[in-house]
Design a protein around this ligand. Structure first.
Ligand SMILES: *[C@@H]1O[C@H](CO)[C@@H](O)[C@H](O)[C@H]1NC(C)=O
Ligand SMILES: *[C@@H]1O[C@H](CO)[C@@H](O)[C@H](O)[C@H]1NC(C)=O
Ligand SMILES: *[C@@H]1O[C@H](CO)[C@@H](O)[C@H](O)[C@H]1NC(C)=O
Length: 511
């Protein structure tokens, strides 16, 4: 009976603690966001080795952020108090609280039960009074907690990956983000405890931090922003990334080494009358948006910093190098050998963009700017996206879906259509886009399957007329998209896109 209570106490305590963490992260909204404030930290000392271990952690913390500090030591443990005094040396924002010892060395087992219960009860008012934001216990506790958080992540991952993504209750995605945040803190603490024993500390630290960034990116990709702290994961990842990615030293300009279309005079669209130089909002509306006709818009984005900055892989590497991104391997999504991988951005740059790899890798249709918001500062959502097709002005339809498309020469999006308006904006590099009006659908032979019914079986670049005879009748428009130009693709218009050089485009989709 007693034993059962003895076990129940710590369990109840851990539950309270977790509940408090959840409460702080999910519910408590009245605190100012953005600036970080110091957190009251409670440090549980033991004796001898354990105290040394905990003080090692404290030594590595930036004490300004962990203030005030409350050290808990057993009444009879005089040595620990001295060690704390040495470490804090002159600081004023700490205190040492004494508790009863649950068991002395060589105390009998039977009496240990009572002293433990007593000592545990003695802790509760202290916890209540001090109300710490963070409690540092010991390494085994950290390791065990990592195991538990991982179990929770695994289970949530299974739920998130069963059935349709859209049908998964949002709570599971919050849970995933929350567990990732907790795991990141635990991994950091685990590193700090062991830091002293590593030979190459700096390198080891980067490895640990890269692992944390990787976890956090999975949290961003699979989880959902927590309502009370929506920028939590992206902010942590940004800070860690800037610590981890040094300049690779290679001063390569993507435009110089990979773009051979200096003579872009031979890239002539077959509808020159569909080129508009910085059209006014009215011209865009009357000649492009309402008639739903494709058009090239020139000189609308010359002020975007992205046009000059993103050509330099060192710039992108610095901002995004350690971040995990999904890339598509294989020439196009209709091919057998097509797969998707998660790799870090630096590796993607090295293997697929700078070096010409036999495997084509394409960072395609990815909401990169939700994941790495710093990049948003280098461009803006075009004003043209404010025109709407629907009468009612509901919030849902006015949102613009922004995606990144970054890859080497030779990436292909097979002939397909999308349900929304699209402004495909070229940051650097050249793309060829072949378009067909929705009225040509029957000549393009869409796939029968539900999943691919917006994709054509014909390859307009290498058409097989025996197989698809009506394709001869299809009228196409060919446009060459150059750096700094946008292409308006109306909803339901079929388009086939080939990157002629290494290329970075942003698509803006809206209703
Ligand atoms: C905790 O985990 C780390 C990393 O896996 C390991 O090096 C360390 O020895 C573990 N410590 C304990 C007390 O289990
Ligand atoms: C990217 O991943 C590769 C291989 O997994 C690793 O060697 C490299 O250190 C990582 N780079 C960064 C900047 O995280
Ligand atoms: C394609 O499939 C969707 C459902 O996934 C359906 O709503 C749509 O009508 C289909 N379109 C065609 C052209 O068959």
């Amino acid at each position: 009976m007693c034993l059962r209570y003895l076990i129940l106490f710590p369990v109840a305590f851990v539950c309270c603690l977790l509940a408090r963490i959840c409460y702080l992260i999910l519910v408590k909204r009245d605190e100012p966001r953005g600036e970080s404030r110091p957190v009251k930290t409670m440090i549980i000392l033991g004796s001898g080795g354990h105290t040394a271990e905990m003080l090692r952690v404290v030594k590595h913390l930036n004490l300004e952020n962990y203030s005030p500090r409350v050290y808990i030591r057993a009444q009879t443990d005089k040595l620990s108090a001295e060690k704390v005094r040495d470490l804090e040396d002159g600081n004023e924002d700490y205190k040492v609280v004494e508790i009863y010892r649950s068991r002395e060395v060589r105390q009998s087992y039977l009496t240990s039960i009572w002293t433990t219960v007593f000592a545990t009860l003695n802790c509760l008012p202290i916890l209540w009074r001090e109300n710490p934001g963070l409690i540092l216990c010991n390494e085994a506790w950290i390791n065990n907690s990592i195991t538990r958080v991982e179990a929770c992540l695994d289970r949530t991952w299974e739920i998130l990956n069963s059935g349709y993504w859209k049908d998964v209750p949002i709570g599971y995605r919050y849970c995933y983000s929350l567990c990732v945040a907790i795991k990141a803190i635990l991994l950091e603490l685990q590193y700090e405890i062991n830091a002293e024993s590593f030979n190459d500390k700096e390198e080891k630290k980067k490895t640990v931090l890269r692992n944390i960034i990787n976890q956090i990116d999975k949290g961003i990709l699979l989880g959902a922003p927590l309502p009370s702290v929506p920028n939590l994961l992206t902010t942590i990842a940004t800070k860690l990334n800037s610590y981890c990615t040094e300049d690779s030293g290679a001063k390569i300009n993507l435009e110089e080494i990979l773009i051979n279309y200096k003579e872009d005079s031979d890239l002539i669209s077959n509808y020159p009358e569909r080129h508009f130089e910085r059209p006014s909002m009215q011209t865009f509306y009357n000649k492009i948006f309402v008639p739903k006709l494709p058009a090239i818009l020139t000189d609308c984005m010359s002020h975007w910093k992205a046009l000059t900055l993103w050509k330099n892989p060192n710039y992108l590497n610095k901002i995004a190098g350690s971040r995990t991104v999904p890339i598509e391997i294989g020439s196009s999504y209709t091919e057998e050998d097509w797969t998707q991988h998660l790799v870090n951005f630096s590796e993607f740059l090295q293997k697929h963009v700078i070096a010409s790899n036999s495997e084509i890798g394409y960072l395609a249709q990815h909401q990169l700017f939700e994941q790495i918001p710093e990049l948003k500062e280098d461009f803006e959502v075009p004003e043209y996206c404010c025109f709407s097709d629907s009468e009612e002005k509901d919030v849902e339809s006015s949102e613009v879906d922004v995606n990144a498309w970054f890859g080497p020469a030779g990436t292909v999006s097979p002939l397909h259509f999308d349900p929304k308006n699209n402004l495909l904006s070229q940051i650097f590099g050249y793309k060829r886009v072949i378009l067909y009006s929705p009225t040509e659908t029957d000549n393009l032979y869409p796939y029968d399957t539900k999943l691919l019914n917006n994709t054509a079986q014909v390859d307009p670049v290498r058409p097989d007329y025996d197989k698809w005879p009506n394709f001869r009748k299809a009228d196409s428009m060919t446009f060459y998209l150059k750096p700094g130009e946008m292409l308006y693709i109306p909803p339901k218009w079929w388009h086939h896109v080939t990157a002629l050089t290494s290329s970075f485009s942003i698509s803006f989709w809206w209703n």
